[in-house]
Ligand binder design. Structure first.
Ligand code: ATP
Length: 238
């Protein structure tokens, strides 16, 4: 049996000025699912992630999480309700230590904080080795792990990941995707935007393809991976 829908986007239209960037986007993520969102540069993937997170106001349409309407709520309230973004470019606090960055993720849920910090250090052993260093001194891959750990500290029901592999070496990307696969195995619900479309599809249950702000294809990850037109556009096939 399919698990129930957790995150639903209906008729979402938004833009930065008069020109809409997203046109009536519909998308669903079920509990425990990993969904990949693919599309060329400028298709509107980051705008969608920012809209879901309350960082950008939709012009029309609805966003709901477990039956609660999110559109129009302040970003902090959206995090509190369980929709948490790991933004593009990681955005850790470079002057703070690794430990303090992780702790900050618990600002809405301080109970049991130190125990959950310990869980994060078990999940990402590299962070334990760097615990008291300034986050700005970490490698790109370590900063990405840190950004994910910080997001997990806020007890997400759905984790949104915007381009986590951007700028990372292949070996580090493999490590990162292994960590995402582990989260998936723990039944975390994930919406993943990544340029590494083949890797994202290998992990994902389902996928959506955005083109010029519209959903042009949706299906199981296997269906999207097998579509020749999509393969040419997004998987680097010829
Ligand atoms: P990328 O992978 O390059 O980030 P994307 O699919 O995430 O691409 P968006 O960043 O959402 O795409 O951008 C979608 C469109 O919105 C683009 O045409 C972009 O130029 C425009 N856009 C994005 N941010 C802004 C902004 N702050 N002000 C005006 N236009 C913007």
């Amino acid at each position: 049996a399919e698990s129930p829908e957790l995150l639903g986007v209906g008729g979402l239209t938004t833009g930065y000025g008069a020109e809409p960037v997203l046109h009536a986007v519909d998308l669903q993520v079920r509990e425990g699912e990993m969904v990949a969102l693919l599309g060329a540069n400028g298709a509107g993937k980051s705008t969608l992630m920012r809209s879901l997170s309350g960082l950008h106001k939709p012009l029309q349409g609805g966003i709901h999480l477990g039956g609660v309407e999110l559109s129009g709520l302040p970003a902090e309230q959206i995090v509190r309700l369980g929709l948490v973004l790991v933004p593009e470019g990681r955005q850790v606090f470079p002057e703070l230590s690794v430990l303090d960055n992780i702790r900050l993720g618990a600002f809405l849920h301080p109970e049991g904080r130190e125990q959950r910090v310990e869980e994060m250090l078990t999940r990402f052993p590299r962070l334990r080795e760097r615990l008291h260093q300034r986050a700005g001194l970490l490698s790109g891959g370590e900063q990405q792990m840190l950004a994910i750990a910080r997001a997990l500290m806020s007890r997400p029901r759905v984790l949104l990941l915007d381009e986590p592999s951007l700028g990372l070496a292949p070996k580090v990307i493999a490590e990162l995707f292994a960590a995402l696969d582990r989260l998936r195995g723990e039944n975390m619900t994930l919406l993943l935007v990544d340029q590494m479309a083949a890797l994202a599809l290998a992990l994902a249950d389902r996928a959506y393809v955005l083109e010029n702000g519209q959903v042009v294809a949706r299906g199981t990850a296997a269906e999207i991976a097998a579509d020749p037109a999509l393969a040419k556009a997004y998987l680097g096939a010829h």
